[in-house]
Ligand binder design. Sequence first.
Ligand SMILES: [Zn+2]
Length: 276
Amino acid sequence: MRFVSLVFSLIFSINIFAFELPEESRVPGGIALIPLIGLNTEAAPSAWYRSNRVMVLSSQDTVYAQQSPWLAVIGIPLSAKATDEQLMKANGQRFPFRIQDKAYKEQRLTVTNKRHVNPNKQDLERYKREKDEMVAAFKSWSSPAINGLDFVLPASGRFSSPFGLKRFFNDQPRNPHSGLDIAGGQGGDISAPSAGKVVAVGEYFFNGNTVILDHGFGLTTMYCHMSKIDVKIGDQLNTGDRIGAIGKTGRVTGPHLHWSVSLNNTRVDPLLFVKN
Ligand SMILES: [Zn+2]
């Protein structure tokens, strides 16, 4: 037994599981990693969860290789309830799973632009158009060659607001915080956390100057409140390529990057993709 465990620790230390997966966290706003046991198809199965297509990867080079050739990587919405069974379907087969509750903290912010708290009719019409544009980008589906799902941070700076906070603007409840805020200072560099293609560029009511990258298989990242955008739709970026600069456009209390990560059109905790 001792020999076996020695061999195992050697194998783990040289890391034969070369494909980096995000950290699994089966909570609202987290990620479920589900081997598609019983589906030994040649082609990747087509998987769906809550009407959105789900990322399915080859499990080769991961710890799931023995269980199934295919692994689903699922984003769980912040609105999901632990009391409800979650259901993914792949090639028509059911893959139910359970999640646990997570207690996110509250955050109370004071915004001086009142229209950013109580938008007027025109603002709301504008927001609806912009939201449709963003959701279309979150639903991008492409199949690039990828060799891992690990991100480097897109900016340096203090994490000023974590993902998932229950938010109150001027004491009024609003949607929970769907990204991570990095207070890197006005004009600070924003760069691509991994290879991706620019699928949306906009100047939005709440999010200010915004860029969305498509990393493939339903994985997208969004950059908001920018002071400067240095990319255009269709640009193909490599890890570390500049996207633009940190700013305070849109609904903000100061300059910062709002960075969000989306899987199957579901915003999840960006830090699950960042290796320490
Ligand atoms: Zn934010």
